[in-house]
Write a protein that binds this ligand. Structure first.
Ligand code: FES
Ligand SMILES: [Fe+2]
Length: 401
């Protein structure tokens, strides 16, 4: 008798050795991919965008992964709402461009029209017993963390209460709600999405692959050198609110709570920001009053990452398009009062993480090519891949939840 999908996944989980990269099936098996979409992407909070992208009523942007598309918009009453981008008539996609402004949402197929709250307001020539009130757009859960907009496509999302409690000092400090989106780039990577996340989670590859990053980040050094630098950095910054770290990682999140983590790491001695020469590239963020030579790493949910220098923030997210293609979306944020061309230059601001992400794209692509081989087998992880191991621990648990 053929093995059921659940039994196959359970067997793969049971056989996966801890401290090793994943077995090939996790990157290649269609049932695994479908289960990831159902249990990870549909059940967790995903970073969709920032409030600064919705300046006036009717402004919208779409957020997409796998075969899903969500419209995130600002309603006439000033609320951020999210609707599935799927017409309730025969299912056409409604918003076909990735951002814009609309007074109402009209389907391009047969012109059913919805207001910004998602209610159906016009549908021509329908039978008498048709109920417009029962044909509104499917609503998606939305939460704001400072200006960061998160969506969850599940009716029962994990709680964000623990995260909100721990994150609240960071919101005014880094000005999460007083930033603006300065630049955005999407990097399409012909690889399974996990190879992209795993690559982001470890700095074992930083020294050989990211000379530019390694010039300003102490993290690219050996674990011993980095630990010494970090201990010294924390010692020198006692009382600095940027070091009010909380201790919770994805795989350690309480039951029912979304996972998150925050940490602040030292840059190299001469550097105060992530730039070509380590010098600042934009005015200070939020309530920060001075450079301390560090950068904060904030992870919210399993798939959304924020790297916060004193003068700018980079938001990273990794979204699958299919089993063997993903998108790495990178957004650069600056203080909302900063003026482009005067207070910051886009090229300087985006240089480091553009060059680094381009290099990562090549690494991840090559990783997939090797993982596709009949000769690939799980390899032993190094001491510099502990975050990757934490992600894998979380992933393996979440896959069957
Ligand atoms: S599918 Fe949208 S109006 Fe027909
Ligand atoms: Fe990298």
């Amino acid at each position: 008798m053929a093995q059921s999908k659940n039994d196959k996944i359970k067997q793969l989980l049971a056989e996966q050795p801890s401290g090793f990269s994943l077995a090939q099936s996790f990157y290649k098996d269609a049932d695994i991919y479908q289960t990831e979409i159902d249990n990870l992407f549909l059940k967790h909070w995903l970073y969709a965008g920032h409030l600064s992208q919705l300046a006036k009523a009717g402004d919208y942007f779409t957020f997409e992964f796998d075969s899903e598309s969500v419209i995130v918009l600002l309603t006439a009453s000033g609320d951020v709402k999210a609707h599935m981008n799927v017409c309730r008539h025969r299912g056409s996609k409604i918003c076909l461009t990735s951002s814009g402004n609309q007074k109402s949402l009209t389907c391009p197929y047969h012109a059913w029209s919805y207001n910004l709250d998602g209610e159906l307001i016009s549908a021509r020539n329908m039978p008498e017993d048709f109920e417009p009130a029962e044909n509104g757009l499917h609503q998606v859960k939305v939460e704001l963390l400072g200006g960061l907009i998160f969506v969850c496509l599940h009716d029962n999302p994990p709680s964000l209460s623990a995260l909100r409690r721990d994150l609240s000092p960071c919101i005014p400090l880094f000005g999460l709600n007083s930033m603006k989106l300065a630049a955005h780039k999407s990097y399409v990577i012909p690889a399974n999405w996990k190879l992209a996340v795993e690559n982001y989670q470890e700095c074992y590859h930083c020294a050989p692959s990211h000379q530019e990053f390694a010039k300003v980040h102490a993290m690219a050094k050996s674990p011993q050198v980095f630990k010494t630098a970090k201990d010294k950095f924390k010692q020198a910054n006692q009382g600095n609110p940027k070091f009010a770290t909380f201790d919770c990682y994805f795989d350690l999140a309480e039951d029912g709570q979304e996972g998150y983590q925050y940490d602040r790491n030292p840059l190299l001695r001469h550097a105060v920001s992530g730039s070509a020469d380590g010098k600042a590239v934009a005015p200070l963020l939020g309530a920060i009053t001075e450079y301390d030579g560090g950068a904060s790493e904030l992870m919210i949910g399993p798939l959304s990452y924020f790297l916060i220098y004193d003068d700018y923030m980079v938001a990273y997210r990794f979204l699958p398009r299919s089993i063997d293609e993903c998108v790495c979306d990178v957004s650069w944020f600056v203080n909302k009062r900063a003026i482009e061309g005067k207070d910051y230059q886009l090229e300087q601001l985006t240089w480091l993480w553009d060059v680094t992400t381009q290099a990562d794209k090549t690494i991840i692509m090559n990783n997939q090519k090797g993982v596709d081989s009949r000769f690939y087998q799980p390899g032993r992880l190094s001491e510099m891949e502990t975050f990757q191991q934490s992600f894998l621990n979380w992933y393996l648990q979440a896959l069957v939840k």
